[in-house]
Design a protein around this ligand. Structure first.
Ligand code: SF4
Ligand code: SF4
Length: 389
């Protein structure tokens, strides 16, 4: 059992003990150990390392500590586990213990430095969205809108669509939040930094009657990680829930409207109407297994795109894009291999337009060389008359 060496792991005693004695029943679920073909980075291997480190049987040095970062936070192992063990959460706490002791991987420490350095860039990006939506003077008592740093920094077009669609769904101006939810710090292991970021975020939205959050990674952070550290927020609504609720306002899109501006991969056989166009939906881990939202994105996508193709493993058993948990930073080759496998399956199954709804998977797919489109983009088009979006 975990000893006093790593107090954060003490709360996970049952999970750690059941993992250590398990014959690796989730072995095939983990994208990291599948890509690296290594027992050390199976969920069992990573949990065992944390368990023995917690007991003091293994030294918590940089070598052993690094296994906690061999996780994309995809929650797939939990779906395959009789005990529903929250391996990703345990490993985040193992990261925090290692970070606090100065044995976190160098890339994780750099990620924290980069997070601080990028804060002005994120603020500027959100300011641009606020200006474009005429919400830069929206009072603090407006509904608050957290778009997500990933969208704001990397995909300003999607961020703008997110703000516009949210206002259409809410029926009033929203106030874009400048603060980051702090998820990158949590992934890096900077637990104290994450708590400070969460408190700053909560202070910024304290006068808002409610909050809409767009990126599923941010949404899961606000809804599940903030309560763990005792940070309270106004009522939180998730963008995909608003989109699903309002989906009958969306018009069905024609086939040529289903590709994003960077999406150049042709839909097969130039279908004559949207009902014949092929789109394939990738369940983002934070949205699907993280928040339990599998039907909501499908109901929206079916409305705008008609029939949806799937992957061999979908929904709760769906596979990861490789873009989460800081994996692209700490294990870039593994992250890329995971993305390439998902993309290869997409092509093997017939290709088409690859749709996702998460800034991390959107970036992971696009940076791996395959066009992908965010559901937000399609919703923005479907809320507008043809040729005006
Ligand atoms: S997460 Fe569950 S299935 Fe996987 S090793 Fe641990 S106990 Fe076994
Ligand atoms: S959460 Fe995903 S990446 Fe992490 S150990 Fe489980 S299956 Fe592997």
């Amino acid at each position: 059992m975990p000893g006093p060496a790593l107090p954060l792991l003490d709360a996970h005693r049952h999970s750690l003990e059941t993992c250590v004695y398990c014959p690796k029943l989730c072995r095939t679920a983990c994208p990291v150990s599948n890509a690296e073909a290594s027992e050390t980075v199976t969920p069992w291997g990573k949990m065992s390392t944390a368990y023995f480190s917690g007991r003091g049987d293994l030294p918590l040095d940089a070598n052993y500590a690094s296994t906690a970062w061999a996780c994309s936070g995809c929650f797939a192992c939990r779906s395959f586990c009789e005990h529903q063990n929250p391996v990703a959460t345990v490993l985040m706490d193992a990261r925090a213990e290692a970070y606090a002791r100065g044995v976190a991987p160098e890339q994780a420490r750099k990620a924290v430095a980069n997070w601080h350095a990028r804060a002005p860039e994120i603020t500027n990006s959100v300011n641009v969205v606020a200006t474009q939506t005429d919400t830069d003077r929206a009072p603090e008592t407006s509904v608050a809108l957290l778009i997500g740093c990933g969208y704001a920094r990397r995909f300003p077009d999607v961020a703008l669509d997110a703000a516009r669609t949210t206002m259409a769904f809410v029926g009033s101006k929203t106030r874009p939040v400048r603060a980051c939810c702090g998820l990158p710090l949590l992934h890096a292991g900077d637990h104290d930094g994450f708590v400070r970021a969460a408190r700053r975020f909560a202070a910024e939205v304290s006068r808002a009657p409610s909050l809409v959050v767009v990126d599923p990674g941010c949404a899961r952070t606000l809804l599940q990680e903030y309560p763990r550290v005792g940070v309270a927020l106004p009522p939180v609504n998730v963008w995909i829930d608003l989109a699903a609720r309002e989906r009958m306002r969306l018009r069905p899109l024609e086939a040529d409207e289903l590709t994003g501006e960077r999406a150049t991969e042709p839909a097969p056989s130039s279908p004559p109407s949207n009902r014949a166009a092929r789109v394939r939906f990738h369940d983002p881990c934070q949205l699907g297994r993280g928040l339990g939202k599998f039907d909501e994105p499908r109901s929206v996508l079916e409305r705008v795109a008609g029939n949806i193709a799937g992957f061999t493993r979908d929904r709760d058993a769906g596979e990861c894009s490789g873009g989460g948990g800081l994996l692209p930073v700490t294990r870039p080759e593994t992250s890329l291999a995971i993305a390439q496998e998902r993309i290869a399956e997409h092509k093997r199954l017939g290709g088409g337009v690859l749709i996702t709804h998460c800034a991390s998977s959107l970036h992971r797919f696009r940076s791996a060389g395959t066009p992908a489109v965010d559901l937000i983009t399609l919703v923005a088009r479907a809320l507008s008359p043809r040729n005006s979006a």
